[in-house]
Write a protein that binds this ligand. Sequence first.
Ligand code: SAM
Length: 446
Amino acid sequence: MEKSRGLTLKIEGMSTPCCAEEVKEALLKVKGVKKASTCPKRGIAEIEIETDEVTDKQLIKVVEEAGFKAKVKEEGEEGELQALMKKFEREFEKLAQKYNIPQKEIKEHWNLVKKEAAEVYQRCCDWSLRHGIEIKDAEAYCQSAILTGIGKLSWSEEVFKVKEKIKEMTNEEIKNLIASRYGNFAAKYAFEGNACPIRKKQVKELYNEEELSLIPKTALNLALGCGNPVSFADLKPGEVVVDFGCGAGIDLILAAHKVGPKGRVIGVDLTPQMIEKEGQSETEAGFSAERIEEHVGDIEKLDLPDSFADVVTSNCVIILTPNKEAAYREAFRILKPGGRLAISDMVFSEKIHPEIKGRFQSIWAGVVGGAIAEKDYLEIVEQADFGQIKIVKRHFLTPEELFAMSTCPGTEFVPSPDPKDLEAVQGKVVSIKFTAVKPFISQETG
Ligand SMILES: C[S@@+](CC[C@H](N)C(=O)[O-])C[C@H]1O[C@@H](n2cnc3c(N)ncnc32)[C@H](O)[C@@H]1O
């Protein structure tokens, strides 16, 4: 019978679940690897190897080929979780002394909770993200859960779930959460780019070679869209374009090239850090500061005049905002009669069970938390008085894209939805691209 052995690799750069999945897949492809699990939080891969033919070097090479640095984790080398576990174990021993519990008994109990404690810890991290709490405070919850000696995952789930259930965010709270998530993302990734390889790949595939050559590094690094609205907006030289939720400016730059120096390009975003990065993108693109106007603002209530724009574009934004009706009314108000919408956004292809939808909403999960059914979405556009709604394209998200989109702008900033909920909506989340027109005579007056 073949001997099996375990190996733990420390992996550098595996900071997101997408990366962890890539490393796991690469390891599992190696003949002789029986099991592989990865943990982005701890930065490790735990591997069970079935045959003597697989060497540590070979596995390190496989990880490196997947784009990460790896080394064998030495015995006693402590990660964040191990250090925490040691601390808990010491506390457990103190408890044993305090309550006169035999050492043997407390050891047995500790061994039982140890495994669960690791999961509790992971949940604490997720929970803290959900509530915008510092990780050290979440650790305090985790510590008390374990120290009470209960250590049951079910217990922590109960505590955390109850809190989540009662947490129904107001529109203001949602917007504050959005601004803080995208602000932190902009501050962290402007230089190095999105940490999620799936999102990186997805964004690059949305733009053609020529467009990519015009997009400056900062705008590309921080791009978070799900389409390329400028590609179907039919922009003409001299036109006035407003981009709703412009982020670091990827579509603004492309629009500026299309409308030329006689045109006007305006970007609005809720997140001041994104607007700051948009300024940087503009400089990198070689445009003067006046070429693109940028505003920190809310698309639900714009500080822009009536009937002045030819086109409103938006790329994966309106779905994020709680009051989509207000956003479309604003688009209608600022457009000239005959003005156009060119929108790329995320919707459900059908009605989703209210409980599942509610759970996505309770954490405002990436660009899926605010999603509604396509039919309801287009009704909002219609009710804002837009006509000639034309679907340009629909793309059903793959499981990897769904995960990346529901944790947009990244798992460091947004808690991951329950895998069961993701499975339930798989094949029902669509990125749609559409155009619409503000009629010359509005239905209200005409
Ligand atoms: C998914 S990102 C897309 C950014 C950009 N359109 C792109 O393609 O890279 C969403 C952006 O919408 C902005 N946003 C969300 N809600 C908004 C609102 N109510 N008003 C203005 N901007 C908003 C966020 O700050 C963030 O920059």
